[in-house]
Design a protein around this ligand. Structure first.
Ligand code: WTA
Length: 572
């Protein structure tokens, strides 16, 4: 059958030529040889990603960042980025920023974002990128927990930063028109003008802090996942093997840097590999995206099932209007990659889409499909060389093939998180018997392919974004009409899951379409648009355990008409 043949491994030239053999023999010390610190002993991820290439006469004038948005089209070479990030590092130093300080960034993708992000790393400070869609509460919780001392944002977004409630936040840099910048704020463009293009990089230890990404869990506030400079080894190596990057590639990762994909694979992997990185601002439309692939001659493209599904529903004609022949390699992350999407990829691009599995906590790709490997549609693939993956039971014992259990990784890969910020017990809770337990359920077939089954906890994955029900519930009950709330993910063909909220109303409130819409808007403007429930049901009471935990599992079972399972802890 044609289909089967098309999913066979590519027999072209690829960086990872023989998966099995490399898996047998690889050790991480080999990857270290690619870095200059291997010889100098001096480490900084921003240096390895940018300056190292800027110091190479053959590479310094190569475009590192091609930024395109409806109102902007700008190219920065490795040398330009070296200078701009140096300038910003000098601005930070002048403001007293030191190694280990948390400097957060709350702004849209732009050349200024990338220059400042790299500048932060060059000072040895820890960067914390936030989604520009976050509303006040979300911004507050993340800045408060991280004790960020500085925020880089725009005059427009500033109103969502509750500065009075953030005693640690001493300084705010504003990227915008000087006329919109009041006294007491640091004017980005003004400071950059007078800052030197040379900077003494803060050399750090491989285990020193580099980045915090906040991600949602099923209970409690978002967790600050803490990553160190050492992660670069895996960013680099997976960029080679999985993204299959070669120096003349033009690479586009569609993810926002507020999400780990947008930093590990939107910043580090391409630049550590010396590759031209296209960043597309503005809104998603099928036409705009096909246009970007076509106009900028993208060769390697990393995106997500949600986006592919949207392109798919725009129909084949939308694709046919564009020349997509530059694209040679496509990858996906964030949610299960449906076989039908893979089949669409074969039609629209004549290419296989390569699924990759990993998490904010894992820092980089772990289980993937490689160009030189046969793809089994619906499977996440096999662990990268240097990583041991398995399926374990709740005690951390390995299970035989085809048994469903916890997807787990042997501790100690280079890009693994090193802490959950200020919550050691939370960090510890990920590890059982030497295994990092992911919270995903999966099985492994006889040939070593891993198959994703679902999340074990209640975290909702809507359009590839991880939303913790707790955060949404907390916001819901802030509304004066809402007394209790329980939030679940409900399967949805396009978005993977949608957010469904069950609420009970306070006395004196009557259910009406207007009220439900008002509550929806309340979450949308108070937390984030993607966190607003698409469906809201009013009930008399929310099922809870005796210890007061909302039984989302039960809400979900009832919603989907599934067996209710163990309800022994249900409060009467
Ligand atoms: C899900 C994303 C199926 C999974 C980099 C995981 C996936 C969570 C895949 C992490 C995949 C990610 N197939 N599910 N290829 N990739 N997931 O932290 O449930 O935003 O635990 O990181 O997304 O989401 P996170």
């Amino acid at each position: 059958m044609a289909e089967v043949k098309e999913l066979q491994a590519s027999n072209g030239q690829h960086n990872l030529e023989n998966y099995e053999q490399t898996y047998e023999n690889f050790d991480w010390d080999e990857a270290k040889k690619a870095f200059s610190w291997n010889e100098t002993g001096k480490v900084n991820i921003a240096y390895e990603a940018i300056d190292r290439h800027a110091e190479n006469p053959d590479k310094k004038d190569q475009v590192a960042l091609h930024y395109v948005a409806p109102d902007r089209d700008e190219k920065l070479t490795f040398e330009d980025l070296r200078k701009k990030s140096n300038q910003f590092a000098n601005v930070l130093k002048k403001q007293g920023i030191e190694k280990g300080d948390r400097v957060f960034m709350f702004m849209p993708r732009s050349p200024e974002f990338y220059a400042s992000f790299l500048g932060v790393l060059k000072t040895g400070a820890i960067a914390g990128p936030l989604f520009e869609a976050f509303m006040e509460q979300a911004v507050h919780d993340r800045l408060e927990d991280s004790e960020a001392v500085m925020l880089i944002t725009t005059p427009e977004l500033l109103e969502r930063v509750p500065q009075d409630e953030l005693p640690d936040l001493k300084k705010v840099v504003l990227v915008g028109d000087s006329k919109d910048i009041e006294d007491g704020y640091i004017d980005y463009y003004k400071e950059m003008e007078s800052a030197s293009e040379e900077f003494d990089i803060e050399w750090v230890d491989l285990e020193d802090g580099m980045l915090i990404h906040y991600t949602s869990g099923s209970t409690g506030k978002p967790k600050g996942v803490y990553h160190v400079h050492n992660a670069m080894i895996q960013h680099y190596q997976t960029g080679k093997w999985v993204l299959d990057l070669k120096e003349d590639d033009v690479y586009w990762c569609t993810a926002d840097p507020g999400w780990v994909t947008g930093t590990s694979y939107g910043i580090f992997a391409p630049w550590l590999n010396g590759v031209t990185n296209v960043i597309v601002g503005g809104r998603f439309t099928p036409d705009a995206w096909y246009d970007a692939l076509d106009q900028y001659n993208v060769t390697v493209w990393y995106s997500a099932p949600t986006a592919f599904r949207k392109l798919m529903s725009a129909g084949a004609d939308a694709a046919k209007k564009h020349d997509l022949s530059s694209v040679r390699h496509i990858l996906s992350v964030g949610e299960p990659l449906n076989p039908e999407v893979i089949h669409w990829g074969l039609e629209a691009f004549d290419l296989r889409i390569h699924d990759t599995w990993w998490m904010t906590e894992t820092g980089a790709q772990l289980i993937c499909n490689y160009p030189t490997m046969e793809i089994r549609p619906g499977s996440m693939g096999k662990p990268i060389p240097g990583v041991v993956a398995s399926i374990v039971d709740d005690e951390g014992n390995e299970l035989p093939p085809n048994r469903m259990g916890n997807l787990a990784i042997k501790e100690g890969w280079p890009s693994m998180m090193r802490a959950i910020w200020k919550r050691p017990e939370k960090f510890e809770s990920y590890f059982i018997n030497g295994w990092y337990v992911s919270g995903d359920s999966a099985y492994r077939d006889e040939d070593g392919y891993f198959w994703f089954q679902g999340r074990l906890d209640d975290v909702i994955n809507t359009s590839g974004e991880r939303v913790g029900p707790f955060e949404v519930e907390s916001k819901l009950i802030e509304h004066e009409a809402v007394s209790e709330a329980g939030v679940i993910g409900k399967p949805d063909p396009e978005r993977g899951e949608i957010i469904k909220a069950f609420i009970s109303l306070n006395e004196g409130y009557e259910e009406s379409d207007e009220l439900l819409e008002e509550i929806r808007q309340f979450v949308k403007t108070g937390l984030a648009a993607h966190a607003a429930p698409r469906e809201i049901s009013v009930t008399n009471s929310i099922p809870k355990t005796r210890s007061g935990k909302i039984m989302r599992r039960l809400l979900k079972a009832r919603e989907l008409g599934l067996p209710e399972g163990d309800t022994s802890t249900l409060e009467e």
